[in-house]
Write a protein that binds this ligand. Structure first.
Ligand code: NAG
Ligand code: NAG
Ligand code: NAG
Ligand code: NAG
Ligand code: NAG
Ligand code: NAG
Ligand code: NAG
Ligand code: NAG
Ligand code: NAG
Ligand code: NAG
Ligand code: NAG
Ligand code: NAG
Length: 562
């Protein structure tokens, strides 16, 4: 029996723990072990207490605006995984992307991969950025009713079809009215949830840490690992505080100028190449890929796939098998494109699913497509059946992204039409759906950060430690490593021979040894290094090699994120 949970394909479910790496535990009989940040005192200095069995947690009280202490304060949540050997070489602050993703949550989900990549000589610290999950200020437009928020998102995003200007117009108006709604409901403190302020909080942490170790505050440096949107946070920090940069690993690199302009137009540069990788690896995998036929080449597979998609554009497929859906529904080409989007973030987990979905759809059987897209399944629309597995990350993403872009998104309806058509030119497979990642909500969301928290743009700087940039050879949504590396004197870009979003998508001794050498000694890999990997898009035993970052929550597949 297929369950709703199975259809949701959460990132947590896609990550297989490797128990060997998780042996150290705190003594859980100590009754002060806490399992909620509500039980972690908010303090002015760092006071870690045991939490969530294997970690320690602290919450810092920080000024909402470091330049205007009268604005009040908020709480920032930190969760630390301690290195085996203490004292550790330092604390690596980790950010997994979004904006909107919880570092605290992702740390627990990706711990084995993080240890494999970063080694075990630094502590790893998940810090929930401002406005996100356990950290304040609160960003909520639905008066504490998350089931209502998730129901709302389902309504707005479902069925936006760029083939219809009517549909885009409707989305445009819906976004606008949402901005107006949120302006009425958000707390006045929401404007302080932005990337430059979060960067400043990282400095605060490093200074308090130094102080607690008897070292001078003003020499404290931040060590950092950021992926995807985390690269915006990292490069923002490095631009604002170049002489406070410790070891920085900047992975799956976003074009920061594009992000701060609110454009989101430079993401899909390698999107079609990443879909082509599906055809190539499916042909190589043979019978392990359900879409493969005897003797298929990559070109054959692409031809059949494109024909299937074209057929679907004309004729959506009805689904009514009660084993797969709770009510009758239809699967559209947009559903398949959303699934593809999710898949190219994390091929080892999702390419085999694309294989079975395409195999079914080719003979107009949409049951598995519906299942994996969570179509024909009732959302939790009341407090009682709310599972919390919905859109938690979407609202913070929108507020933070809007705060960051200083109203520079050109919010006309024409601009939205133009965006859809331009993105389609950039990627024939994913250009139809990516513009939903953009934030037309900003247009009528009337909040603005204080001047001190508006980012003035990147220009070339010299950092106290050279930065290590990294990208997979093919990343569907972030491949601007070379561009961003250009802003930071002495930095190097390391490539990893894999397809997907973030280094953790593949195992590579080469990558991890360069990364760990960098964190230990500051030494960068030679220029133009490309690391081999054990990348396998169709693992023999699916489940064992599942790993990687997914676009937010797959259940919210309509809300693409970095
Ligand atoms: C755990 O802590 C309790 C109380 O501090 C102590 O009595 C017990 O021996 C400890 N257990 C282990 C395995 O260290
Ligand atoms: C439990 O942990 C707290 C915080 O680390 C410590 O202060 C306390 O002494 C511990 N209690 C026991 C019984 O070990
Ligand atoms: C702590 O580690 C153990 C394995 O040692 C694991 O089973 C458990 O889920 C971990 N707890 C958390 C909260 O991550
Ligand atoms: C927020 O963090 C808690 C752990 O403190 C975790 O259980 C929860 O899933 C996280 N929620 C989101 C939306 O990330
Ligand atoms: C949609 O609007 C754009 C911009 O106004 C226009 O170029 C395009 O032809 C329209 N498409 C359709 C199908 O009407
Ligand atoms: C806004 O947030 C502040 C700080 O968290 C809180 O004290 C205040 O009650 C909130 N105001 C409203 C109207 O929710
Ligand atoms: C973003 O869009 C604006 C207005 O269309 C344009 O001037 C600017 O060059 C764009 N920036 C990037 C980085 O694409
Ligand atoms: C696969 O194709 C080859 C040549 O096209 C043929 O000899 C073989 O019998 C086919 N195998 C199957 C299982 O159809
Ligand atoms: C459609 O595909 C599903 C999943 O493979 C299968 O269980 C079902 O029997 C198929 N339906 C038809 C009518 O073939
Ligand atoms: C933010 O936008 C305002 C109004 O357009 C402009 O005057 C200001 O220079 C911008 N600030 C930054 C840091 O870009
Ligand atoms: C990577 O390192 C591990 C542990 O050191 C080793 O077992 C494995 O064979 C190595 N893999 C490759 C491809 O070198
Ligand atoms: C690195 O690669 C680029 C382009 O592939 C090339 O132009 C450059 O000369 C190479 N640099 C070195 C040091 O090999």
């Amino acid at each position: 029996m297929f369950t709703r949970q199975f259809g949701l394909l959460g990132l947590a479910a896609s990550v297989a723990a490797s128990p060997a790496l998780l042996q150290r535990e705190y003594n859980a009989t100590n009754t002060s072990m806490v399992y909620s940040f509500k039980d972690v005192p908010v303090t002015k200095d760092i006071q870690y207490i045991p939490c969530y069995d294997n970690y320690t947690c602290t919450q810092l009280e920080v000024p909402l605006d470091y330049e205007d202490l009268d604005a009040g304060s908020t709480n920032i949540a930190f969760m630390k995984y301690e290195a085996a050997q203490q004292p550790a070489l330092g604390d690596i602050i980790f950010n997994p992307g979004g904006p909107g993703d919880s570092a605290v949550l992702t740390l627990t989900q990706l711990l084995p991969q993080l240890l494999e990549l970063l080694g075990d000589s630094y502590n790893i610290v998940g810090m929930d950025p401002r406005g996100i999950n356990n950290s304040g200020p609160l960003l909520d437009c639905f008066d504490g009713q998350p089931w209502l928020r998730d129901y709302y998102y389902g309504q707005v995003y479902d069925g936006v079809d760029p083939r219809s200007n009517v549909s885009i117009s409707k989305y445009y108006e819906a976004s606008g009215t949402f901005g107006t709604w949120c302006t009425q409901h958000l707390n006045k403190t929401a404007k302080y949830a932005n990337t430059p302020a979060t960067a400043r909080d990282m400095l605060q942490y490093a200074e308090l840490l130094a102080e607690s170790q008897g070292k001078p505050r003003d020499e404290a440096k931040v060590d950092f690992y950021g992926a995807s949107y985390g690269t915006v946070l990292g490069t923002t920090f490095a631009a604002l505080f170049p002489d406070r940069v410790g070891k920085f690993l900047i992975d799956a690199v976003v074009d920061g100028d594009d992000y701060y302009h609110g454009n989101w137009t430079q993401n899909l540069l390698q999107a079609d190449a990443s879909v082509d990788a599906f055809f190539k690896t499916c042909a190589e995998a043979g019978p392990l890929c359900a879409f493969y036929r005897n003797g298929s080449t990559a070109a054959d597979l692409k031809e059949r796939f494109d024909a299937m998609l074209a057929d679907l554009e004309e004729d959506p497929v009805p689904v009514n098998d009660p084993l797969f859906v709770e009510f009758p529904t239809v699967v559209t080409h947009i559903d398949v494109r959303n699934l593809l989007m999710m898949a190219v973030y994390n091929p080892p987990t999702y390419f085999s699913i694309v294989g079975v979905v395409a195999d079914g759809l080719e003979s107009r059987n949409g049951s598995l497509a519906a299942l994996y897209s969570a179509k024909g399944i009732a959302p939790g629309t009341s407090k009682c059946d709310y599972t919390g597995a919905g859109s938690e990350t979407v609202l913070p993403k929108e507020v933070v992204a809007c705060n960051d872009n200083n109203k520079s998104f050109n919010g006309s309806e024409e601009a939205l039409f133009e965006l859809f058509s331009q993105q389609k030119k950039l990627s024939t497979y994913l250009g139809d759906t990516w513009p939903l990642a953009v934030v037309p909500q900003c247009r009528l969301l009337d909040i603005t950060p204080p001047k001190s928290q508006l980012f003035a743009g990147f220009k070339k700087v010299n950092t106290s430690t050279p930065i290590l940039f990294a990208d997979n050879v093919i990343d569907p949504v972030t491949s601007s490593g070379e561009l961003m590396s250009g802003y930071f004197e002495g930095s190097t870009l390391l490539l990893q021979d894999a397809v997907g979003h973030g280094l953790v998508v593949a195992s590579s001794n080469c990558t991890s040894s360069y990364v760990q050498k960098y964190f230990k000694t500051g030494q960068l890999p030679p220029k133009n290094t490309t690391c081999e990997t054990e990348f396998d898009a169709f693992p023999q035993f699916a489940g064992l090699k599942k790993r990687g970052l997914a676009p937010h929550h797959p259940a919210v597949r309509r809300h693409m994120a970095l």
